[in-house]
Design a protein around this ligand. Sequence first.
Ligand code: ADP
Ligand code: ZN
Length: 605
Amino acid sequence: MSALLETISRHWGYDSFRPLQQDAMQAALDRRDSLVVMPTGGGKSLCYQVPAVMRGEVTLVVSPLISLMKDQVDGLLACGVVAAQMNSSLTSLEQRGVEKDLMEGKIRLLFASPERLAMPSFRELLKRAGVKTFAIDEAHCISHWGHDFRPEYRQLRSLRQHFPDASVHAYTATATQQVRRDIAEQLALRDPLVLVGDFDRPNLTYRVLPRVDEQKQILDVVARHKDEAGIIYCTRRKDVDSLSEQLRKRGIDAVAYHAGMSQEERRAAQDAFTAEKCDLVVATVAFGMGIDRSNVRYILHTAMPKSIEHYQQETGRAGRDSLEAECVLLYSGADVVLWKSMIDRGGEEIDPDPRYREAAVRHLNDIDRYCAGTVCRHRALVEYFGQRYESPNCNACDICLGETEDVPEALVVAQKIVSCVYRVGQAFGVGHVISVLRGEETEKVRDRGHDRLSTYGLLKGHGRNEVRDWIYQLVAQGFLAQTDDQYPVLRLTNEARGVMRGEAAIRLRQPIVTKKGAGKAPKKQFGESWEGVDRSLFDVLRTWRREEAQERGVPPYVIFSDRTLREIARVRPTTLVAMREVYGVGDAKLEEFGRKVLSLLAGVD
Ligand code: ADP
Ligand code: ZN
């Protein structure tokens, strides 16, 4: 076994590398600068942790959030690796303790924020301690072009000057070519080894569903993941508040999270989720960074996010333990209109700098195309990040699983809609056009005399949301356009003429309606991960883990991951030797928890 693998096995209890890990670790050992791009859950942290342990020297890890650092330190300590954080959450006595350990060469990984690194006194300390290796986590935060720019990361530009002999290693989960170049330039990386991982997340099942009955669709997803961890993302803070309240009224224990809440409230929500005291968070995009809970089983977007990068990052929080997870996005063509108006108004979630407007609109159009698209979701995402996707069928998305079907006679449906838009003088929004098509007897319809139009009632019998979805699909395909006004109005495009002449190739999709209760459960591609697992034993272990974690004041995943618990519940080890064979059980954890787990197993029949 290679020395790297031996270290991984001893401390982490894993028996193989994830893709690119070996090369990334070797670069750190060789002190060659590197830029490592791997999807969330790809195993970036091990890339700098293992070399630090092997070399017996300290690596300084730059991390964006103080809240993140403690969990990372706890996780390492539980694996028998000496780690510490240096930040304002420590008392001065604690800080001196860390300094002492550092000077004595005890610490392998020291975590600090970019602001801390900008302090001359801290840099002096690092120099005295002989720090020669820097790992920059979430490195895309340094780039203007990224979707998550953090000004304080800019201070890292001087790192090279202050530590000319050190090697610098950057890690990120999201990077297009442009961002990648920017990171290398800003950090002044010298001939870096650039490693870009496979962006596909095969254990995630993606679904993009037309948002036809939001309430019910949300409840369906939550219900089929009962007792499992999930995150629901909403666009606006007020949506977060109302949805989380609605869920609680239905007896579902959901906590809210957005930037409008106080620091303490947010902290409490995050802690409850991380400690597995609560399994469902309803949040804006503000929630997520620093959430290391690896057993998130579903991510639900109630509306379209503002970029594919955001979508990739948010869905990336599901299934980090590489077990199966589901990502559902409820989509309406109206979402892009809402986002554009928020960008123009400079809403709370929007970066106010006008330079970003152009990039923001481009990002929006990309994700809109993804949502309205009819190609395999895995393929579309992977190709967006400039990679090839070989498999013709992923078996893990709504398209490949055959969960949508063509609307019969799409051309006729499109003709009815287009001519209605024309008949109302291209002067009304989606809502009114729907009313006319469905033959509704509203005041507005009667006042305008639109009940006398030849298109009145042409789509009688179809639901409002159904018709709305078709209209937006026509917008996405360029047959109709929506004005950019405060009250957007539907117009015909040049392509609409082809529709009227019956010459356009129109394809409209709709979800296949299954019989009540039948075939509703998502097909589990990764079903084998539950195979042979005694579920009730898994629950017993989970409860034990939660109590153990609470006692120690650490998040449960620091004790054992879900994957480890499932394996224990599958093989039911009876000896310490067998226990050490289990995924995720290294020497330190065997010693700490081995006997407890064995006696727990012995007591359950
Ligand atoms: P990232 O930072 O890339 O999102 P992490 O470093 O948090 O991912 O790793 C995700 C999970 O995968 C963690 O639980 C980690 O311990 C686990 N992991 C990392 N490397 C391996 C490996 N070689 N074998 C098995 N599990 C691994
Ligand atoms: Zn697919």
